[in-house]
Design a protein around this ligand. Sequence first.
Ligand code: DGY
Length: 382
Amino acid sequence: MSLVVFPFKEEDPEVLLASVKVALAHPRVKEVLCVGASEDHCFRAVSAAAPELTRTYGKPVGIIVQERIGEMRPGKGDGMNTGLKYFLEETDHRRLHFYDADIVSFSEEWITKAEEAADEGYQVVRHYFPRSSTDAMITWMITRTGFALLWPRSALPWIEQPLGGELLLTREAAEKLFADPRVRRQSDWGIDTLYTFAMVAHGLSIAEIYIDAGKLHKLYGALTDLKTMLIECFSAVQGLKGEAVPEGTMHHIEYPGPVRQEMKERIGYDFERTLWLLRENWTDRQVELLALFPREVREGLLTSRQYPRFSFMDEDAWAEVYRVLLAHFDARDADWAELLFKLWIARVLQYTTAVALRGYDYAMYHLHRMVARYVHRALVGA
Ligand code: DGY
C-alpha cells in the first residue's frame, strides 16, 4: 500500500539503515526508497546493504541519486521531489511517507499513526513532536510569523511544524503537489515551506499527529549553521506573498502529550558564539539598507557593531521588520542576506533572554500566543 522515502545527504548510514529496517518491517509498507544528494559515503553504505535487505524482507529497497528538478540551489527540494516523482511515475502505491534520514528515534509508531490518520480520510498527515524552546527559531520567527502575517485566515499559521520533513501524502495529494510548478521549482531548503503552503493552497485535508519521542536530532552551534536555511526559508515565503490561499481547509491537530524534562532543559544553540555574530561582517551597504527599517531597529543594530544589542527586537518590532523584508529583501544580494541574518539573530537573542529564560512551558505558550497576535494584527490591524 505505501512507499517510504528517505531523502538524505551525508548522514550516518547506521541511523538511516536502522530506519529503513523499521520501515521494511511495517506491514503497510511495500517498498522503501532512499534518495541521496550525491554518491557520498552514506549512499555507498546503503547501496551495499540494499540487496540483502530486499532479500530478507521480501520488499524492494531502492537507492537513487536525486534528479535536478528545480531551479534554485540543488538541495533537499530536489531530493523530495525526486521521491515524489518516483512514487507517481514508477509505482502504483496508494500512499507515500517521507522521513528525514537523521531520526535516531524512528519507530513503527511514526508509520502506524500516519497510516491510521490516512485511514480516517485525511489526504495529508504531518508528524509533529516536542522541540526545545530555543530550537525551531526559523519555524517560529520566519515561517509561522510569515504565514500569520500573510495568510491570517488560512490554516497555514496553525500548522505546528511547517518545516517538518516527516509526512504522509495520499496519491491525490502527491499528484496535486507535483503538478504545482511552484513546488517543483523549489529545489533548496524552501521545499518544506512549499509543501506546507501547497497542501493548504490546494485545499487538502490535513491531520497533524503527535510523536512523543521526537526526533532527537543534534542541536546547533552558533546560529551560523542555519544561515543558508534561514535565507532560503525566508525567500520561499517572500516568493509566495502574492499568492491566494483558501480559508476553509479541514485541519485537525492531535493534542500534545506531556514533554519530558530532558527536552525542556535542552538549549537550542550556543548563545555566546551567536552574540558575537552581531559584530561581524558589516559593510557600508548594510548600513545604508538599514535606513529602510524603523529607527529603534536601525540604531540598535548599528550599536551592535561595538557591543551586542538586541532588546529592541521584540515581537512588535519584528513584525515591522518582517514587512520591510517582504517588500525589499533580495536573496541574491549578499548584503541583504547578511542583514537578514543579523536581524533574525537579534530577534532570537531577544526572545531567548526575555521569554525562553522564563522556562519551557511559559516559552511554548508565549510562542503560540505570538502567532495568534500576529494573526490578529494582520486581520484587524495593530
Ligand atoms: C527550524 O527552525 O525549524 C529549523 O529546523 C532550525 O531549528
